[in-house]
Design a binder for this molecule. Structure first.
Ligand code: NAD
Length: 361
């Protein structure tokens, strides 16, 4: 099969880590008989330099006309870069918001997986980690408190701020369907997180999620209050498979879940719309402090490419091969500097990409 991918290297370490992800896709293509056709798109600081804006209409159109998007990272050194001497809507990160909006990416998927080999980096105690954890947080990305009406005004002589949390059933249904679809590819458990003991929006959330669950008899659905979930993540992370939640709860919980893995260079992510279309990117930023040195960890981007194979192209076997290759390379003791530990061997960005590609057979 042929798949068209809009590739956005972006700024900082973006081009280096994207180069390694493409290396892996090429290897997957040759082993499994697929062709990946790339169109390079400018976004972020490099687009500001070329066109004066962080994302052009043409760039967005190219992304829309592809089967999926693979993104490195955008942004520069916020304190020092000329890219930040302009209005906020012209800064590099505005490109990110514009492309998410332009592609209607309402579902954010962030896995938190603890590699046995990296468990030293996990801030939790060994008895809590147990056999490790492997979860995915499915966060609604375009509704809720961050997008509702808001104002600050004086009411009866008192400064008062109002933020509005709104969800309609369609917004809830479409993200719930995504979560159940992904659970079907995993251990078939969804924990829906809300605050139904207080919020009307959470009660509607719960009702609609239960309606959707009827179409997935193989998936076990449970509900958990968000405050309990925040505790459970650090008390018993192994219990979670897919966590489904609204925008603000997901913002907080996905950071908590990713931090208990302890390794920023390992964390992949995806944002999807109603179709199979998705934008895949590492959870970290453009790391300007280490850009151009061939020392960045490319694994988060490589694992994001694996998510693309699984969720946009339904190539589960190929995704397994990439994830398995990462695991093998780590178990042999190869590390980039950020995840280096005693007794391991340190390699560069490109060497790490070569090692992983070499394990895809
Ligand atoms: P960052 O994630 O870029 O870096 C934080 C720290 O982690 C740095 O010390 C960096 O060297 C290290 N790091 C990050 N990724 C790494 C990797 N793959 N391998 C090894 N080390 C890695 O966050 P920041 O410093 O807050 O932001 C830098 C720039 O990135 C800013 O301009 C910010 O706006 C932008 N940013 C972009 C995105 C995105 O494109 N999605 C996300 C977050 C931040």
């Amino acid at each position: 099969m042929n798949y068209s991918i809009a590739v956005i290297p972006g700024d900082g370490i973006g081009p280096e880590i994207i180069g390694e992800a493409k290396k892996i896709l090429e290897k997957v293509g040759s082993v499994f008989g697929h062709e990946f056709l790339y169109t390079e798109v400018l976004m972020g600081g490099v687009s500001i330099d070329a066109h004066g804006v962080p994302l052009t209409e043409e760039a967005l159109e190219t992304a829309k006309n592809s089967d999926s998007v693979l993104l490195g990272a955008v942004g520069g050194d916020v304190g020092n870069s000329r890219w930040y001497d302009v209005a906020p809507h012209l800064r590099p990160e505005a490109g990110l918001l514009a492309i998410r909006k332009g592609l209607n990416l309402f579902a954010n998927i962030r896995p938190a997986y603890l590699y046995k080999e990296l468990s030293e980096a996990c801030p939790l105690k060994k008895e809590i980690i147990g056999d490790g954890f492997d979860m995915v947080i499915m966060r609604e990305l375009t509704g809720g408190l961050y997008f509702g009406d808001r104002f600050t005004r004086e009411i009866d002589g008192v400064r008062t701020a109002v933020d509005t949390l709104t969800y309609n059933e369609n917004e809830i249904r479409r993200i719930a369907i995504k979560a159940f679809d992904i659970a079907m590819k995993r251990r078939k458990q969804v924990i829906s997180v809300d605050k139904a003991n207080v919020l009307d929006s959470s009660r509607l959330w719960r009702n609609v999620v239960e309606e959707v669950a009827k179409d997935y008899p193989e998936v076990t659905l449970t509900h958990m209050l968000v405050d309990n979930c925040a505790m459970q993540l650090v008390m018993n992370p192994g219990q979670f498979d897919v966590i489904l939640t609204e925008n603000m709860f997901g913002d907080i919980l996905s950071d908590e879940a990713s931090m208990i893995t302890g390794s920023i260079g390992m964390l992949s992510s995806a944002s999807m719309n109603e179709s199979k279309f998705g934008m895949y990117e590492p959870s970290h930023g453009s790391a300007p402090d280490i850009a151009g040195k061939n020392i960045a960890n490319p694994i988060a981007t490589i694992l994001s490419a694996a998510m693309m194979l699984r969720y946009s192209f339904d190539l589960d076997q190929e995704a397994d091969a990439v994830e398995g290759a990462v695991e093998k390379v780590l178990s042999e003791g190869w590390r980039t500097g950020d995840i280096m530990s005693k007794g391991c061997r340190q390699v560069s960005t490109t060497e790490m990409g070569d090692l992983i590609a070499g394990k895809i057979l």
